[in-house]
Write a protein that binds this ligand. Structure first.
Ligand code: BT5
Length: 269
């Protein structure tokens, strides 16, 4: 696995130091421990199975052994704390690149129209989640110590592999394209896309990235339920702001920027 990934890597930094595990509690946790102990930019952790895979806000990430991409990278960006929070979008766009590259190569390609980015951290196929990003940052004052970017992308899992809770909410490349994809190749491709996105973001800023995510927004124009300081509200999702926040039109017509949090589509609740 490791040799296959290294062979397909076209990066200069990300993934060049690569740690592959048959089983880990969480690749984000491995990367975090390593970053705290002095791990450098680009060090990558991949597991075939996680026993404590995590999502955001205390949620969990499930994945049947050996079927999906579970990978975390240490980043040490030279940018502001506010910009570092956009790394979730950077990694989400790279996950979108990964999935769309396989859709583009499929002989009977279903096209890209149904592949979207759900702000702030998911890639969706129709109304099903295919990939999620978990970014965890440690900072000291204004300076970033490290960011761990973890991706969980469903590659070869089929419906029966998922728990009943998410069976009708998850999709994978296999369920979309009807064929298997070598995991090592998917891992290398993700790292190749992530490095390109990351370097462009550091060099040129976030405007192209935000436009990219906005043009592929799962939420735009839809009625959503969201958390605001005032509690749970409903509204209509609009575009992303130049800062990468989701703009939402409230019921009273005012527009609220959401900087983080959970958004649920109201019409499929
Ligand atoms: C995420 O959280 O989507 C971030 C997931 C990041 C997982 C990767 S795997 C490698 C690295 N190591 C880790 O420990 N984590 C990262 P969130 O937005 O909170 O979504 C979590 C929710 O997605 C769960 O509550 C489920 O409803 C759903 N879910 C769980 N596993 C899923 C899967 N395999 N496919 C689709 N949906 C899933």
């Amino acid at each position: 696995m490791k040799a296959d990934i290294l062979r397909a890597l076209e990066t200069s930094v990300l993934g060049q130091s690569l740690n592959v595990f048959d089983e880990a509690v969480s690749t984000n946790e491995l990367a975090r421990q390593r970053a705290r102990a002095g791990g450098g930019e680009g060090e990558t952790f991949l597991a075939l199975k996680q026993t404590g895979g995590r999502g955001r806000l205390g949620r969990s990430w499930e994945s049947p052994a050996g079927k999906n991409l579970l990978l975390s990278v240490i980043l040490k960006p030279s940018c502001s704390l506010a910009d570092a929070s956009l790394l979730t979008l950077v990694a989400g766009a790279a996950a979108f690149d990964l999935l769309s590259s396989y859709l583009a190569e499929s002989p009977a390609s279903p096209g890209f129209k149904d592949l979207t980015i759900k702000w702030p951290n998911d890639v969706y196929w129709k109304d099903r989640k295919v990939a999620g990003i978990l970014s965890e940052m440690e900072s000291e004052g204004d300076s970033i110590r490290y960011v761990v970017c973890g991706v969980g992308a469903n590659v070869n899992a089929v419906e029966a592999d998922f728990s009943p809770e998410i069976r009708d909410k998850a999709a994978s490349l296999k369920t979309i394209l009807g064929r298997e994809t070598p995991l090592a190749e998917a891992a290398a491709r993700f790292l190749n896309f992530l490095e390109k996105r990351y370097q462009t973001f550091l060099k040129r800023g976030s405007s192209d990235l935000i436009r990219f995510c906005d043009e592929r927004s799962y939420l735009k124009g839809r009625k959503i339920l969201f958390e605001a300081p005032e509690g749970k509200l409903t509204g209509t999702a609009l575009s992303l702001s130049p800062q990468g926040h989701l703009l939402v039109r409230n019921r009273d017509g005012s527009v609220i920027p959401l900087s983080s949090g959970e958004v649920t589509i109201k019409d499929i609740l």
